[in-house]
Write a protein that binds this ligand. Structure first.
Ligand code: SF4
Length: 343
């Protein structure tokens, strides 16, 4: 039975064309699903009752089921969602005033094994389908506080989105129906062909790259995928990414004590990124001795010294205040169990 979730407007309307008596009916239903995030035909009160009952036979409107939901004192909500085949994923909503950032997963695990990441430590999973990606947005959007007017979506949850390009492309097309590409960021560990693919989309979203090291040897140590896609190739691909309207590439940098956190490392990063309109997002490691033993978060003054050195050398720097740590929803902490993640 086709699920109408995870499909753009044109596709929903085409699927329904044989089941409704006029095109405007199909448009009405697509609008209920995309604009109002309806979860059943029953909710579509401007459709004849008989039609609502008829449509519920051949079609479904199915989101992932909420298996668990945990709210941290700072308002961050971590969702554990159960998929049809029994797999589970996590996604995170971070409301702040009239805005919210929703962090989406693209796979049920991750094979890339970045040293700082709990998702990576737990191993590979399958690719998510477009309805499972868009469903995360729908579920989290329904749970947001009433004052939230604007959402940003980030593909920074479990998995590497650029290893699931087919589903990500369709999910993006569907999400664009209600969220501007300017408000959607796809984050990658550095899959070079994926970056080139994303750059070639008719409407690319924003790009974030998980950098995490100032040089190739350390990047290989922290991110094994760097052996396949070396830093110089990665930065060449990034330089081709379209940056209309003053956009910048976000480089994420998980700061790990004694490994990549010296002010001299910040200076080396600023040299690497010279000429690329960019923003460096410094993320002090979220420690998890059970899954990522031996890695420690630098002291606050070391974080500040690193950020300051990067700023002095011309970079735009933000230091991420990790949200949701109390519920293990911060970067690198998503497990898809009861408990992603690109930096
Ligand atoms: S940081 Fe991203 S790419 Fe790396 S292991 Fe975690 S989920 Fe995978």
């Amino acid at each position: 039975m086709p699920n109408l979730v995870g499909r753009p407007r044109r596709e929903i309307e085409a699927l329904l064309s044989g089941s409704v008596d006029a095109p405007y009916r199909a448009r009405q239903i697509a609008s209920w699903i995309l604009d109002r995030r309806a979860t059943s035909f029953e909710e579509m009160t401007d459709l004849p009752k008989a039609l609502r009952a008829e449509l519920a036979g051949p079609f479904e409107i199915r989101d992932p089921a909420i298996a668990d939901r945990t709210t941290a004192p700072d308002g961050t909500v971590k969702y554990l969602l159960a998929l049809e085949d029994g797999a589970t994923i996590e996604c995170v909503a971070m409301p702040e005033g009239d805005r919210a950032t929703l962090c989406l997963s693209s796979q049920t695990g991750c094979a890339l094994g970045c040293a700082f990441c709990v998702t990576g430590a737990l191993g590979a999973g399958r690719n998510l389908e477009p309805d499972e990606i868009v469903g995360q947005y729908r579920v989290m959007a329904r749970g947001l506080p009433g004052q939230v007017q604007r959402v940003n979506l980030v593909f920074m949850g479990m998995g590497e989105p650029l290893l699931n390009t087919e589903a990500v492309e369709k999910a993006l097309e569907t999400l664009y129906e209600t969220v501007s590409p300017k408000r959607i960021t796809v984050s990658t560990a550095g899959i070079v062909p994926g970056i080139r693919w994303l750059a070639g989309l008719p409407r690319p979203p924003k790009l974030a790259v998980s950098l995490n090291a100032p040089d190739q040897p350390r990047r290989e140590r922290i991110m094994p995928i760097a052996r396949r896609y070396p830093l110089d190739e990665l930065l060449d691909a990034v330089r081709t990414f379209p940056l209309d309207g003053g956009r910048r590439i976000t480089f994420e940098y998980v700061l790990i004590r004694g490994l990549n956190d010296r002010p001299a490392d910040a200076v080396a990063v600023s040299r690497l990124l010279r000429g690329i309109p960019s923003k460096l997002n410094v993320i002090p490691l979220n420690e998890d001795p059970g899954h990522i033993p031996g890695l420690a978060r630098p002291a606050d003054d070391a974080v500040e010294a690193f950020a300051e050195a990067a700023r002095r050398h011309g970079l735009v720097v933000t230091v991420r205040r990790s949200r949701g740590q109390e519920v293990a929803a911060a970067c690198g902490q998503l497990k898809g169990r009861t408990a992603a993640t690109h930096a």
